[in-house]
Design a protein around this ligand. Structure first.
Ligand code: CA
Length: 437
């Protein structure tokens, strides 16, 4: 549902908000948690606009927002956004409307809010919610097919992939915000042709370009969320990098799925773009005539007409040799995903599992149908057999120490504003110990 906050003609008085190609025009208004870098001050919620952040805690102190919007801003002033997430879409929407009316050119209360702006370049971020649980799905048919051919070339395609959204329970303790680095993980692997496994630093370290979404209001245990109500329980979307040790994964994963291959680190972008902000960029989910029918409990009332999200996704790499130059690795769109966020969430709860505000859910690697759209090095280098050539002449099959992976996402559609997610970046450091046998 579009409203006045999506009007592409809106401009803003905040520096940088109207810049062509910018991520944070007044039509976006994503939420995050920040403080002035290095300052002894509390983390609190903020909203990105242009080059600035609206400090919601300061705005509450000045009484800028009233009514439900004021209550939502008060909840967002805390050191995590769980309280705001728990309030539900009516409150989120009220705050978005109040922010839009204040931040747009000629906006009301603009003078009050001017003193509540903090430059993004002087801010640092925290993970925007206290994440109780983290779940990661596998919803790209292209990623499923490619990874299947690479890991198990003789195995048939997964028979359940188009009947239910496949997932595993991840680890929330190691979810970090963009900019956090990590040491190459140690683990047990079985090198090709080796009779027995070895222990040591992963030699096949990878990234996975995913979207993440945060749960808004939760549900009681034993009370599933129906498919047509699922979106009301989704606060918004971020970029997510599910760093993966492929050699550990290949050895450990059968039959229970990934464990140490993925639990050492997950990166999220600092800004959460709300479902309301994403409304103009919805699209149909891809379905083919040969696909099985979607069972009724996962079938939204409107079919699959608006289930998808046309979010452009781009991954690039910086190496020790390239310095700050970013070299492109892949480019795709989240519109290729087979299952919608609502279907993932409804499926997650259908057996009675309770979700809580701030839970994080990953979509799985977002790969597209053609070469160059693969969302991880495993696919781009086809299991390490076809090295990827970088713009500076280097090649990669998997990540090397000192590599920085940068993910970006944005939405563009004729007749609507361009909105973006900012970036999600992380650097691989050398392993802490070298205890190879
Ligand atoms: Ca994943």
């Amino acid at each position: 549902m579009l409203n006045e906050t999506h009007d592409p003609k809106l401009t803003s008085w905040v520096p940088g908000a109207d810049r062509s190609g910018g991520d944070f025009p007044v039509q976006n208004l994503p939420f995050g948690v920040f403080r002035t870098r290095g300052a002894y001050e509390p983390w609190r919620g903020g909203v990105a606009i242009g080059d600035m952040i609206v400090d919601l805690r300061a705005a509450c102190g000045l009484g800028v927002f009233n009514g439900l919007a004021g209550q939502a801003a008060e909840a967002a002033s805390a050191s995590t956004l769980n309280g705001l997430m728990a309030m539900g879409p009516t409150a989120w929407s009220a705050l978005r409307l109040a922010l839009s009316r204040t931040l747009r050119t000629g906006g009301t209360e603009a003078d009050s809010l001017r003193s509540c702006l903090v430059a993004q370049e002087s801010a640092e971020h925290a993970v925007p919610a206290q994440i109780g649980d983290y779940t990661d799905f596998l919803t790209s048919a292209h990623h499923m097919r490619n990874a299947g051919k690479i890991f198990q070339p003789d195995a048939p395609e997964l028979p359940h992939f188009k009947w239910l959204p496949i997932a595993y329970h991840g680890r929330s303790s190691s979810v970090e915000v963009s900019g956090a680095n990590f040491h190459r993980p140690l683990g047990q692997t079985r090198p090709p042709g080796a009779g027995q496994p070895v222990f040591g630093p992963s030699k096949r370290l990878d990234y996975e370009m995913e979207l993440g979404f945060f749960v808004g209001a939760g549900n009681r245990r034993g009370e599933p969320i129906a498919i047509d109500e699922a979106e009301d329980h989704i606060f918004g979307v971020c970029l997510l990098n599910d760093w993966s040790a492929r050699d550990v994964q290949a050895w450990e994963s059968m039959p229970l799925g990934p464990f140490l291959a993925k639990n050492f680190m997950t990166s999220v972008s600092p800004w959460i773009v709300t479902m309301e902000a994403l409304a103009p960029y919805r699209c149909a989910l891809p379905r083919e005539a040969s696909d099985p029918p979607t069972l009724a409990h996962l079938q939204p009332r409107d079919g699959h007409v608006q289930g998808g999200l046309d979010i452009q996704l781009e991954v690039s790499l910086q190496t020790l040799s390239s310095g700050t130059t970013e070299m492109p690795l892949s480019r795709s769109s989240a519109s290729h995903g087979y299952w919608s966020l609502a279907q993932m969430l409804a499926h997650h709860t259908e057996g009675g599992c309770n979700l809580r505000p701030g839970d994080l859910i990953g979509t799985g690697t977002q790969s597209g149908p053609t070469r160059g759209e693969e969302g991880c090095l495993l696919e781009l280098s086809w299991g390490g057999r076809e090295p990827v050539r970088l713009a500076n002449g280097e090649t990669r099959t998997f990540l090397e120490d000192g590599d920085t992976v940068i993910m970006r996402g944005w939405c563009e559609r004729a007749g609507h504003a361009r909105i973006g997610f900012g970036e999600c970046r992380g650097t691989v450091l050398g392993s802490l110990a070298r205890r190879e046998i």
